[in-house]
Design a protein around this ligand. Structure first.
Ligand code: NAD
Ligand code: ZN
Length: 357
């Protein structure tokens, strides 16, 4: 696998993508003298924590585990982890190894960002979503009841280690949710990749190793490029939020329980595309292509029933991605052509959503 790097103004860090990586020795970690703490959840820990300990040559590396799921990405769990770090006597030179999906990566990364004003951490993502999206780029956060990711920090990892083999144990629904974020890169900026996904949808769904590695590599390259251009989301990086302002509103309104993040984003991308068609920015053929591919990946595209358009728009306004006073949304000119719309009319959006439900 070719080496990928995220190039930042101050430094660069590697993304290693290698099948079987966790079954071998990770030299850079094995040789590091610092104390380490593996942070993981109750699903991933029993499956992969021992392998990671072997890979870093530390059979006695401590492991902190928490219950799995978005509902656990809370200030309370974050506080527990920080207290555990202090009880263990971790000092400023210690490293946190985040082993898990986006929930663990976000929470462990935020703890690393805050503990002693910031210690190093490494991402070892184990879901497809975390491999292609959350583990790269340095956004860390926890949720509040009022909204997703409302408390957080930018804190870049030292390195990202991706072993696609661990996807073998990922539940089917989680795997498909991850495909939503893979597809997002094609939808916003890479029509060729979108076409490749259309051609290879079945192989991806079968988790064919070569296709999967290819999709992860290309997704990480897109993410790394955008992060390098715009580390703290002053401009272009906002394109990655395609489908997310809609999606976050749905996640919050449904109490994070009903839809997985990737599923909410799938619906959000389709809504953003259809709304763009209605506003005359995109052709209906493109939004039909999007719906067809999302549906082939087994992802939802329709607004869940029972949600009022006003409530959705109110939550969208609260989303931190909306600039003050106006509604900022990522809209679409078609496959591979997302753009930032700075001043979206909330009335038109409400009418559009009301017509969907
Ligand atoms: P997740 O972390 O909840 O993982 C999904 C489920 O899969 C969990 O039950 C987990 O225990 C289980 N799991 C993980 N890896 C497994 C494996 N290999 N085998 C078996 N089970 C496994 O969810 P996610 O979808 O990975 O991440 C979603 C989170 O990521 C959200 O909180 C979202 O806000 C965040 N996110 C952050 C960024 C960012 O830039 N920081 C970007 C996108 C998403
Ligand atoms: Zn996302």
């Amino acid at each position: 696998m070719p080496e990928l790097h995220v190039e930042l103004a101050a430094r660069r860090y590697p993304i290693h993508i290698e099948s079987g990586l966790l079954r071998r020795r990770i030299a850079a970690l094995a040789q590091a003298p610092e104390r380490m703490l593996i942070v993981t959840d109750d699903n991933v820990g029993p499956l992969y924590a021992d392998a990671l300990k072997q890979a870093i040559g530390r059979p006695d590396c401590p492991v902190w585990r928490m219950p799995a799921g978005e509902a656990e990405k809370t200030l309370a769990r974050f506080g527990e982890l920080l207290e555990h770090m202090a009880e263990r006597g971790l000092t400023r030179d210690a490293r946190v190894l985040a082993l898990g999906g986006g929930v663990i990566g976000d929470l462990a990364g935020f703890a690393a960002a805050c503990y002693m004003r910031g210690i190093a951490f490494v991402q070892i993502p184990t879901t497809l979503l975390a491999m292609v999206d959350s583990s790269v780029g340095g956004k860390t956060a926890v949720d509040l009841p009022a909204g997703k990711n409302l408390v957080g920090a930018f804190h870049q990892p030292q390195a990202v280690y991706i072993d696609p083999d661990v996807l073998a144990t990922l539940p089917e629904r989680e795997f498909r949710a991850g495909l939503a974020e893979v597809l997002k890169y094609g939808a916003i900026a890479d029509a060729r990749f979108f076409g490749w996904l259309e051609d290879n949808a079945e192989a991806l769904l079968a988790r064919d190793a070569a296709e999967l590695e290819g999709a992860i590599l290309l997704s990480c390259r897109h993410k790394a490029d955008i992060v390098a251009r715009d580390e703290t989301e002053q401009g272009d990086r906002a394109l990655l939020n395609f489908g997310h302002t809609f999606g976050h509103a749905l996640e919050v309104l449904l109490d994070y329980g009903t839809l997985l993040h990737g599923e909410a984003v799938a619906i959000g991308m389709q809504l953003a595309a259809d709304f763009s068609v209605e506003l005359g920015h995109a052709d209906i053929g493109d939004s039909q292509r999007l719906r067809a591919l999302l549906n082939r990946f087994g992802l939802p595209t329709a607004l869940p029933t029972g949600l009022g358009a006003d409530a959705v728009v109110a939550k969208m306004r609260l989303d931190k991605k909306a600039a003050a006073g106006r509604l900022r949304l990522i809209l679409w000119r078609g496959v591979g052509k997302a753009f930032i719309a700075g001043d979206v009319d909330a009335g038109a959006l409400t009418a559009f959503l009301a017509a969907q439900s």
